[in-house]
Design a protein around this ligand. Structure first.
Ligand code: TXA
Ligand code: MG
Length: 337
C-alpha cells in the first residue's frame, strides 16, 4: 500500500510519532523533499538506504533546526573553525547551505558512511523545523527519490518515487528553491563547493577563497548520471538543430526564445517565460519529471546561463544527460527500483 500523504498539525504529530518509533517519513524542505529518519537510530538510517536503493557508501545530510544543535553532531577541530562556521551560519542558516564538518563519534557510522565528516544543514522550512523540535533529535534526510533519479519537489512526487517503501509523507506544498542545497567543505585555503546549489559562489566569496570543480566530480554521491530521467536527454544551445525524425521529442525550454524547435516538439515545458533563473530552478525537477512521464522518446533541454543558480541547474542537467551520452547510465538507474 502506498504511504499516506498527511497535512497540517495532525500530519506533523503523526510524523513525529512515526519518527520516534524508528519510521521513515517524506518531509518538505525549502530545496527538495527529503526522506527523514532519526539520525541517532541506526535502524531508521538503514531503512532510508533500503527505501532509496542507495549504496551504503553514500552518506546522508543531517538536519537541525538551529545552530544551537550543531554540537550534537559536530565536534569543532579549532576555535577558528567554529568562528568561520558561526559567521556562515549567521548569514546563511536557516537556508540551503550544507557544511561538511568533523563529526561527533556518537553519530552512527551509517549516517556518514564511515567518514569522519558529517554534512549538516539548518533547513528553513517551518514544517520540517516543527518536526525536528517535536522529535528533539537531528534527522538524517537524503532527497526522497530512488537512488540516481529525479529529486521530488512535491508530496505527490515523493509518493510516486517511494510511496511503496516508506511510512508517511508530510505535505508542505511545492519547494521554494527546487534544487538541492549547496554543499561546502572547509579547507585550509578556504571553501570548496562540493555541489553547486541555491547559495552561489559570489555569496560565499566574502568568507574566503572559494574553489569549485568545473564539470563533473565524483565526491560521494555526486556521481555523473545522477538526477537521471528514464528518457534520453540532450542539452542544446541552439534553436536550429534538425530534430531526429524517428523520435517523439520533448523540449525543456529555459525561456521562450526557442521558437523554431518549439513547434516541432510533442511536449514543451517552459521553466521561466521571463528567463529568470530562480523561477527556472524552482520548476526544473517538476518539468523534467513530467517530460519523463510523457510519451516522448527524447528530451531536449535548452542550456541556461551559467551564473547564480544557473550553475546548479547546468550541473544537474549535465548529470541528467550523462546516461544518454554514455549509453549505459539511464538503463542502469532504471534497475535501481
Ligand atoms: O537540499 C538538500 O541538500 C536535500 C534536502 C532533503 O536537505 N538533501 C539532499 O541529500 O540533497 P542527498 O543525500 O540527496 O545528497 C547529499 C549529498 C550526496 O551527494 C552525499 O554523498 C553528500 O551530500 N554527502 C552527505 N554526507 C556527506 C559526507 N559526510 N561527506 C561527503 N559527502 C557527503
Ligand atoms: Mg539526492
Amino acid at each position: 500500500m502506498s504511504a499516506r500523504i498527511v497535512h497540517g498539525g495532525e500530519g506533523i504529530r503523526d510524523s513525529v510519532e512515526l519518527l520516534r518509533q524508528g519510521g521513515v517519513v517524506g518531509l518538505p524542505t525549502e530545496t527538495v523533499y527529503g526522506l527523514a529518519g532519526n539520525a541517532f537510530d541506526p535502524m531508521a538510517i538503514a531503512r532510508i538506504f533500503e527505501a532509496k536503493g542507495r549504496p551504503l557508501s553514500d552518506p546522508l545530510i543531517v538536519h537541525i533546526p538551529e545552530m544551537g544543535w550543531l554540537e550534537r553532531v559536530v565536534r569543532f577541530s579549532s576555535d577558528e573553525q567554529r568562528n568561520l562556521v558561526e559567521r556562515l551560519a549567521a548569514n546563511f542558516w536557516p537556508g540551503p547551505l550544507t557544511l561538511l564538518l568533523p563529526r561527533r563519534p556518537e553519530l552512527p557510522d551509517l549516517v556518514t558512511a564511515g567518514s569522519e565528516f558529517v554534512a549538516v544543514r539548518v533547513t528553513s522550512h517551518p514544517i520540517f523545523q516543527e518536526v525536528l523540535r517535536g522529535i528533539v533529535s537531528p534527522l538524517a534526510a537524503p532527497s526522497a527519490n530512488r537512488f540516481g533519479r529525479i529529486s521530488p519537489t512535491s508530496a505527490i512526487d515523493v509518493q510516486l518515487e517511494l510511496g511503496e517503501s516508506i511510512d508517511l509523507i508530510l505535505d508542505g506544498g511545492s519547494c521554494k528553491h527546487g534544487l538541492e542545497s549547496t554543499i561546502v567543505a572547509l579547507r585550509e585555503d578556504g571553501l570548496e563547493i562540493l555541489r553547486p546549489g541555491p547559495i552561489t559562489i559570489d555569496q560565499l566569496k566574502e568568507y574566503g577563497h572559494v574553489s569549485s570543480h568545473d564539470g563533473m566530480v565524483n565526491t560521494p554521491g555526486s556521481l555523473p548520471g545522477h538526477y537521471a530521467p528514464k528518457k534520453r536527454l540532450r542539452i542544446i544551445d541552439s534553436d536550429i538543430i534538425p530534430l531526429p525524425s524517428e523520435d517523439r521529442v520533448g523540449l525543456m525550454a529555459f525561456d521562450t526564445s526557442f521558437q523554431e524547435i518549439n513547434d516541432q516538439c510533442a511536449v514543451v515545458e517552459v521553466l521561466s517565460a521571463s528567463g529568470e533563473l530562480k523561477e527556472a530552478a524552482a520548476n526544473f525537477y517538476g518539468a523534467l519529471r513530467r517530460l519523463d512521464e510523457s510519451n516522448v522518446d527524447l528530451i531536449l533541454a535548452q542550456s541556461v546561463p551559467e551564473e547564480g543558480i544557473g550553475v546548479a541547474i547546468m550541473d544537474r542537467l549535465r548529470r541528467a544527460s550523462y546516461g544518454s551520452l554514455h549509453g549505459t547510465g539511464h538503463q542502469d538507474f532504471n534497475s535501481h527500483a
